[in-house]
Structures are given as C-alpha cells and as structure tokens.
Ligand binder design. Structure first.
Ligand SMILES: [Zn+2]
Length: 126
C-alpha cells in the first residue's frame, strides 16, 4: 500500500469520499497538466509554463493558488497549473488520479486493438 508521511493513503482519501467542486480532479485538465513544465521555486511554489508559453506562478499555500483565466472564470475548480504543482509536490490524490488515467488509457488501447483485429479478420473472410 502507498504511504505518505507515515499515513496509509486510505486515511487521506476515503474510498467513499464524494468529490466536490473544490476537490474534484478534471481528467481533461489532469491530462494537460502532466505535459506542463514546472520549476519549483519553494515549498508548494511553482513557475508553471502553460501551452501558450506564458508562465503562471502557483502557490499552493494561498487561498487562490493560481491567477490564470481558467481559475478566474471557473472559480473553485482546480486548474491545470495547480494540478501540475500538486503533482510536483507528490500529492497522493493526483498521483492516484494519474494512475487511474493510465489504466483507463491501457484498457481503451486493448479494446481498440481487439476491435481492429476483429474487423481485419472479418475483412479477410469476405
Ligand atoms: Zn492556473
């Protein structure tokens, strides 16, 4: 089992925890976050370079950790810059969400491979 600071993960992320707007992890943002470049400036502080090349400064200790347009217009949601900073800090929830995403991707790839194999065989028969 994964541990963080001596605590079992279950103690931090109860399986029955229902995500709220503040705690939900958007898969689309998480996928983007994984590709962002982040320089660690201090504990919980990152300079995150966005897709446009623009740099956003994230401070996880602040009430509003990122000042990007996504944060502004979708107040309360966790933007990709913040997710990237949390990733950098080894946040267990983010790492688990990334792992889940990878497993889902693998399953999709398997399903796709199986489907195309089936189609190829069907085409050979006809
Ligand atoms: Zn942001």
């Amino acid at each position: 089992m994964w541990q963080t600071r001596g605590l079992p993960v279950d103690a931090i992320v109860p399986a029955n925890e229902k995500p709220t707007r503040a705690t939900a992890i958007c898969p689309r943002r998480l996928r983007k976050a994984a590709r962002l470049i982040a320089d660690r400036m201090g504990p919980g502080q990152y300079a995150v370079r966005g897709d446009s090349g623009k740099v956003y400064y994230v401070d996880l200790s602040q009430e509003i950790p990122c000042m990007c347009p996504d944060s502004e217009f979708n107040a309360g949601l966790t933007c990709k810059h913040r997710l990237r900073a949390m990733m950098g800090e080894g946040d267990v929830r983010i790492l688990q969400a990334l792992g889940d995403m990878m497993l889902r991707d693998q399953q999709h790839l398997r399903d796709y491979t199986r489907a195309t194999r089936h189609l190829r065989r069907a085409a050979q028969r006809s």
